[in-house]
Design a protein around this ligand. Sequence first.
Ligand code: MG
Length: 356
Amino acid sequence: MTQPELPVIDGPNCPLPIHNRGTIVLGHGSGGQMTHDLIRDVFHSRLSNAILNASNDAAKIPETPSGKRLVVSTDAHIVTPLFFAGGDIGRLAVCGTVNDVATLGAEPHYLTATFILEEGFAIHELELIVDSFADACHEAGVELIAADTKVTEKGKSDKLFISTTGFGWAESRLQIGGEQAKPGDAVIISGPVGNHGIAVAEARGNLGFSSQVCSDIAPLNHMVKALLDANLDVHVLRDPTRGGLATTLVEIARQSKVNIQLDEENIPVDKPVRKTCELLGLDPLYLANEGKLILILPAEQAEQALQVMHNSRYGGKAKLIGKVLEQSKGQVWLKTPFGTTRVLEMLAGEMLPRIC
Ligand code: MG
């Protein structure tokens, strides 16, 4: 195939690396030959599967197996910068949606995606991101079955936005949701919190020093499946993304109309994250995560659940961090190492915009 003549964008206002694959031009969004070439060379070559390869305007999803229900989630990803320690927008767009489907107890199977490209975006960078997107799909065991690309004029979007929708099936009998926390339940987190928030802030040059922190972006569906296969009576699963652990637990407390008490000493925070937070006056409980799972289930099953998590790839540092108290309007209490207790509120405003 002969590459179309692409203009090379250069100059002091262009932060994009020049690469011989050229850059996105408005013609890539025309729906014509250039669009077909881009889709074939960048997307189909990396994400090929039987349903996508049918190349129709819609994808046919196989029938829902009996005794199961369809679970769907959708999410737009606008993180800046596109690359950061531990990940990029491609891995984020897959894992974010896979995790939202998995946290209703479903096995994610399919994704659809829309890629919004800005004129002038380097095709070489797009290829790296689609490689990462494909790797994450492979790791999670999901297939991209329908997709769209659109191109905006330079300055009308920002390099690349990705919107993904995920489809999975859950056993119909499962009653998992934010409204299911019950007095006496244990609250478990699958590992240290705050890493994604710090990694993105650093990549943006917001720290002014090197924190050595990598994002935790990971697909959590295999850990969820292991928990369900162990026949645990799972009440709540949730990934604490924007707003962090604190905001997510306040959401759950309000949905379930219960109070939750956390032991600050037991909440895992990696040393470099803690140090960075101390220097900048940030609270790790409010920093975004992209590979952590909150699990709430009957206290007598906590030990078994921890064992299952410790044996899964992304749950090695899982810890019991608190318990569900009485029915109420829904508050989260944090017991500090000094013996005092404070109420955790939802994150007010935006600590770090465009984090995911
Ligand atoms: Mg979520």
